[in-house]
Design a protein around this ligand. Structure first.
Ligand code: PGA
Length: 258
């Protein structure tokens, strides 16, 4: 059977970022519905990122299934007096294989700098967690014609000091801030343009092989109604989904994009 995805160089990754939603009970209900509908996808990967409190319970349920588990953040120290924080080792033990780093909500509400994001990526990779690095420009920056400059600066700083080998464990997510939770999506063409720009920067910094192999996801109001158009773009290698990942029906439709 011919799969419509066979032409792809990179295996698409569909990731749900649940943000500060779902109690343990709600999270296990949602993941049970996802497990019932996900099937056995061969040509795409699926990830859910519940809040910290639900990680362990969801982790138990997804063991041995096609759904992988990720966290939404970590603190870049091994252990110690950091009240309220969670380490990479704690995430691993809760069955996480991924962690989202540098989401614009963390950069904005919690003042996370590119340098701090860089430390977090290194801590994740050092603990054998894969990282999804989020980058993206604000509306003002886009209107001022600075989008590409802002994003390439973030990518450079956040990935500083990483080796080619490290990059095998890193995916990027381009998430224009003005598109997150607003219902406004970048057009597939605009998103594709930025993804090409990011990939070309990866080529300059790490070389062509890394640039070709690194997955660049799009995030920002991805919905059942726009996922197929976005995923049809050659440099969009997946989606980081917020609001539409909170209900099984919409997230399953996104997972099963055409
Ligand atoms: P959204 O969120 O899909 O609700 O826009 C995306 C994200 O913040 O990762």
């Amino acid at each position: 059977m011919t799969s419509p995805q066979r032409h792809r160089i990179r295996c698409p990754l569909i990731a749900g970022n649940w943000k500060m939603n779902k109690t343990v009970v709600q999270a296990t209900e949602l993941v049970a519905e996802l497990l019932a509908g996900v099937g056995q996808p061969q040509d795409r990967e699926v990830l859910v990122c519940p809040p910290f409190t639900a990680l362990h319970a969801v982790g138990q349920l997804v063991q041995g299934s096609p759904i992988m588990l990720g966290a939404q953040n970590l603190y870049p120290k091994d252990s110690g007096a950091y009240t309220g924080e969670v380490s990479a080792a704690m995430l691993l033990e809760a069955h996480c294989s991924y962690v989202i780093i540098g989401h614009s909500e963390r950069r904005g509400y919690f003042a996370e700098s590119d340098e701090f994001v860089n430390q977090k990526i290194k801590a994740a990779l050092g603990a054998a967690l894969k990282a999804i690095l989020c980058v993206g420009e604000s509306r003002q920056q886009r209107e001022a014609g600075q989008a590409e400059g802002v994003v390439t600066d973030q990518v450079r700083k956040c990935l500083a000091g990483l080796s080619d080998r490290d990059m095998a464990e890193v995916a990027l997510a381009y998430e224009p801030i003005w598109a997150i939770g607003t219902g406004l999506t970048a057009t597939p063409e605009d998103a594709q343009k930025m993804h090409v720009c990011i990939r070309s920067l990866l080529g300059d910094v790490f070389g062509e092989e890394v640039a070709r192999a690194t997955r660049i996801l799009y995030g920002g109001s991805v919905k059942p109604g726009n996922v197929d158009y976005l995923m049809a773009q050659p440099d969009i290698d997946g989606a980081l989904v917020g609001g539409a990942s909170l209900e099984a029906e919409s997230f399953l439709r996104i997972i099963h994009f055409e």
